[in-house]
Design a protein around this ligand. Structure first.
Ligand SMILES: O=C(O)CCC(=O)C(=O)O
Ligand SMILES: [Fe+2]
Length: 582
């Protein structure tokens, strides 16, 4: 049996359904279920690991990292372990949908996986005089920077839109430029935005002062709390999994809006102006984000406040990222490729450079050409999401052996402020064992958070971006994420739907979804025991009109029903779906 992991199939248009052959009956289903038992068992182990981590963390961590937290979280390589019976090779495809395991919201996944005790910070690693990066920071060759073949076309750059202080007489041309930038790039620079240069300088200065001049032991006083549903503070991505490649980056996350989440006492006390500057910047950035949502709405022909109203009250987080010099920048990434969740990200960076945006398959550098320029990144998933079902063509090159292709999404891909859980889509394609080679179709469902892309009904894509490192200068960036309110139902704007343009996404209550992923807690609510008290149903609950034949079935039961182990298995064949949830 052959498998490949981490295949990142890109979504294609809905296509015709694959030829489906009937299952042979209950016996086959039972055999298949047996193959899945191993998977379930592994999940159980994973859950157990999570539980132990939380328990241990609660004991040792009172908001201050004082004692070592020795448990390490290991995410078993469950997907590799699944034993599908080769005899089932006549099944065209099998959809397994593993919704969730456990995690949290915000950047919390990273902090959930923090190993406290001896937290590794990249800055300390970099200062230890390494000449080679440790293996866990080495990217696989296809992810390394500068590995694309040299382009012969002129160098590209993201567009710049001069907002000129929101001069009403220029509004038409500004929104036209924004619309083009969103269609072409999902990213653009803005100038003339009204945030004072001094404030932009100040936020970079206080960030740099904290990272450069605060002793490591002081910095660790602000270490992210691995037990909290809402991680805030100083961290590095310490997710541990056999094949996880870590970022060459330290960061400080701040919860800035709504004001009820803002607690500056959790932010650095040094330099003295730090807290004031971050709070002031947060307010200015949120005002700018609101203006930009207005322009984005207009650029789609929507009423000015349409997106703002859809998004609701901003949940704003600010992440200051610090990328120390790296001895082997050609092997590492400061931050792996991802698109941000939520609605809109504003990014301020210093003159070192390192941000790259993916454009037509090529990574394009986004350098600060002017200290006033702010990068705007449309947030949300570039690939199918929020229950969208996509079809990928997968060709099994081997006639005699069944192929299992495991696509894993989410883990490590969504690093914006709303990394809201670990959504694994697992695609298993069986066969063909009896037929000549043929193209098989597998359907994927992905469960991520809604945002701008949903509201625009898929018209605007979010920008996939990453940060590269360099060997000589530390780099600092300030990313400000604006996520929808928890109470809002996110759906495509009705004005963008017509007889000819069907909705591409289902409506989802953002907060239900977030809180169900939220590491045992809803916002503002403590749930002892760290169990999920709701489950993310909305994405599954409604069927989207689809041409794809055998979509996922509506999930039975109330939204608060917990699926066993958080896993659902559906076997789709013959147009009927068998729920294999054990
Ligand atoms: O540092 C950068 O340039 C990118 C930061 C980023 O993309 C993020 O924090 O999501
Ligand atoms: Fe990002």
């Amino acid at each position: 049996m052959k498998y490949s992991i981490g295949a990142e199939g890109r979504p294609h248009e809905y296509g015709s359904t694959s030829q489906e052959r009937p299952l042979r009956g209950q016996g086959e289903i039972l055999r298949l279920r047996k193959g899945l038992e191993e998977f379930l068992r592994r999940n159980r182990i994973y859950k157990e690991e999570q539980r132990k981590l939380r328990a241990a963390a609660r004991k040792t961590n009172e908001g201050v990292v004082s004692e070592p937290l020795e448990r390490k979280v290991r995410i078993p390589r469950v997907m590799k372990q699944i034993a599908i019976q080769p005899s089932l090779g006549y099944i065209d495809f099998l959809e397994l949908n593993i919704v969730a395991i456990a995690t949290a919201t915000g950047c919390r996944f990273r902090s959930t996986m923090e190993v406290a005790g001896e937290p590794i910070r990249i800055q300390s690693l970099a200062q230890s005089g390494l000449t080679q990066v440790p293996p866990q920071y080495i990217q696989p060759p296809h992810h390394r920077p500068n590995n694309s073949s040299p382009s012969h076309s002129p160098p590209k750059t993201i567009p710049t839109v001069d907002l000129s202080g929101f001069d009403p007489t220029r509004r038409f041309s500004v929104r036209e430029s924004i619309g083009r930038a969103c269609l072409d790039w999902g990213a653009f620079h803005v100038t003339g935005h009204g945030i004072p240069t001094d404030l932009l300088r100040a936020i970079k200065r206080v960030g740099l002062t904290f990272f450069n001049d605060c002793p490591a032991s002081d910095k660790l006083r602000y270490a992210c709390d691995p037990t909290a549903s809402a991680s805030e503070g100083y961290g590095s991505w310490m997710l541990e999994r056999d094949d996880t490649v870590l970022d060459w980056r330290d960061y400080f996350d701040h919860h800035t809006l709504p004001l009820s989440r803002r607690d500056p006492t959790r932010w650095p006390h040094f330099p003295e102006e730090y807290r004031r500057v971050v709070a002031e910047y947060a307010d200015r950035a949120s005002a700018l984000a609101r203006e930009l949502l207005g322009l984005l709405s207009e650029s789609l022909g929507l009423p000015t406040r349409c997106m703002e109203e859809k998004v609701g009250e901003f949940y704003q987080n600010i992440t200051i990222s610090y990328y120390p010099p790296c001895p082997q920048p050609e092997l590492t990434l400061g931050l792996q490729a991802h698109s941000d969740m939520g609605s809109i990200t504003l990014l301020v960076q210093d003159d070192v450079g390192g941000l790259e945006v993916l454009k037509d398959g090529e990574w394009v550098g986004v350098n600060s050409f002017d200290e006033d320029a702010i990068v705007v990144l449309l947030a949300d998933q570039t690939e199918g999401f929020a229950g969208e079902e996509t079809e990928n063509e997968i060709v099994n090159p081997n006639v005699s052996e069944p192929m299992v292709e495991l696509g894993q999404f989410g883990l490590g891909l969504k690093l914006g402020s709303m990394l809201c859980g670990l959504g694994w889509g697992l695609r298993v394609v069986m066969g063909p064992t009896r037929n000549p080679p043929q193209t098989l179709r597998a359907r994927e469902s992905r469960y991520f958070l809604p945002g701008l892309q949903i509201i625009s009904n898929g018209k605007y894509k979010s920008a996939e971006h990453r940060a590269i490192t360099n060997s000589s200068r530390a780099r600092l960036s300030v990313a400000t994420f604006h996520d929808p309110a928890k109470t809002v139902k996110i759906s495509p704007a009705s004005q963008l739907i017509s007889e000819f343009v069907p909705p591409r996404f289902r409506e989802v209550v953002y907060g239900d979804y977030v809180s169900s992923w939220c590491y045992g807690r809803k916002y503002g609510e403590h749930v002892e025991g760290g169990q999920h008290d709701t489950w993310p149903q909305p994405l599954l609950a409604k069927q989207q009109p689809s041409t794809s034949g055998t979509p996922f079935p509506p999930v039975e039961g109330s939204p608060s029903k917990k699926p066993d182990l958080g896993c659902r298995f559906h076997l789709t064949s013959t147009g009927r779906t068998v729920d294999l949830t054990a």
